[in-house]
Write a new protein. Structure first.
Length: 305
């Protein structure tokens, strides 16, 4: 009887051992599955599991491996560091120093003194504007062409230079200006658009006269420095330089361009180098008239012309 109980006890122990081994294998399989699931979580899900203590209790030979590699590797596609683009540094240009200008203008040419004045301007690297009388232009074609080639501007100064004829009516005035314009165009190829009224625009160029200029798309310049060379060019040419200095003192602090009135005469040519040197010493440059950047200089302050 005792042998039977011992035999039964041994069978029970053997069954218990077998069942215990199956339980251990099952637990190990579940632990491995839990590990694999955790390894497949992305970084955010793993943080969620860590936060809420979702850690499986593992009783298997893989526990140490799991503990060693428990932190999942972040997804490289989600953790790429984007390098900011380097913005190009703009180049800062130094400010351009713009020198003040004096416009040298000469009336009543062309004549035999024109070449000498052009020689002086070339030597001094200065540009000028020449208001020319129509009948004289064909007689000095070479000098007129030269002044254009050397960067000066050919402007209009009427046909007759006669107050009575020119200012008898707006039609008379515009006819003379247009005829001079045509002659300049034929000889130089330049369509000149700048006129100077003989003896100055006041009091002759009243509104009806100026309206006609606007209709013909012409501009008009007077002056703000009168060298009085027409008066002193024979008797006292040095006075032309003195008048230039005095005139500049009156206008150099005012707004607007500085326009000097001179004439194509021998006396003017004799002091022109001194005039230019003096103005250079004051920091001025000498451009020619530019029709694309017209500036108003007329006694009427009419900004249309």
């Amino acid at each position: 009887m005792i042998k039977k109980w011992w035999f039964l006890l041994i069978i029970i122990l053997i069954a218990a051992i077998i069942m215990s081994g199956q339980a251990i294998n099952l637990t190990s399989q579940k632990a491995d599955q839990s590990y694999e699931k955790l390894m497949n979580l992305d970084h955010k899900d793993y943080i969620f599991a860590e936060k809420y203590a979702m850690k499986p209790v593992i009783h298997s030979p893989t526990r140490k491996l799991y503990e060693k590699e428990r932190t999942p590797k972040p997804n490289p596609r989600k953790w790429i560091q984007i390098q900011p683009k380097e913005m190009p540094v703009p180049k800062v240009e130094p400010p351009k120093i713009v020198k003040p200008s004096v416009f040298l203008t000469f009336d009543d040419g062309p004549n035999q003194e024109l070449d000498e004045i052009l020689n002086i301007l070339k030597a001094k690297q200065a540009k000028a504007t020449f208001f020319m009388i129509e009948p004289q232009i064909p007689h000095y074609q070479a000098a007129v062409k030269r002044l254009v080639q050397e960067g000066h501007y050919p402007a209009i100064h009427s046909v007759t230079h006669n107050k009575t004829k020119l200012y008898g009516s707006p039609i008379n005035m515009i006819d003379e200006m247009e005829k001079t314009r045509q002659t300049i165009r034929e000889i130089t190829g330049i369509d000149s658009t700048l006129i100077r009224a003989p003896y100055g625009s006041k009091p002759f160029m009243t509104e009806p006269f100026r309206n006609v200029l606007v209709q013909h798309q012409l501009k008009m310049w007077d002056w703000n420095i009168d060298t009085m060379d027409w008066k002193f060019q024979k008797s006292n040419p040095h006075q032309i330089l003195v008048n230039t200095i005095n005139g500049l003192e009156r206008v150099e602090n005012k707004k607007g361009p500085i326009v000097m009135l001179m004439h194509v005469t021998k006396g003017t040519a004799s002091v022109l180098p001194q005039i230019i040197d003096y103005l250079y010493s004051k920091g001025y440059q000498f451009p020619a008239y530019d029709p694309s950047h017209h500036q108003m200089v007329n006694f009427w302050n009419d900004d249309r012309i």
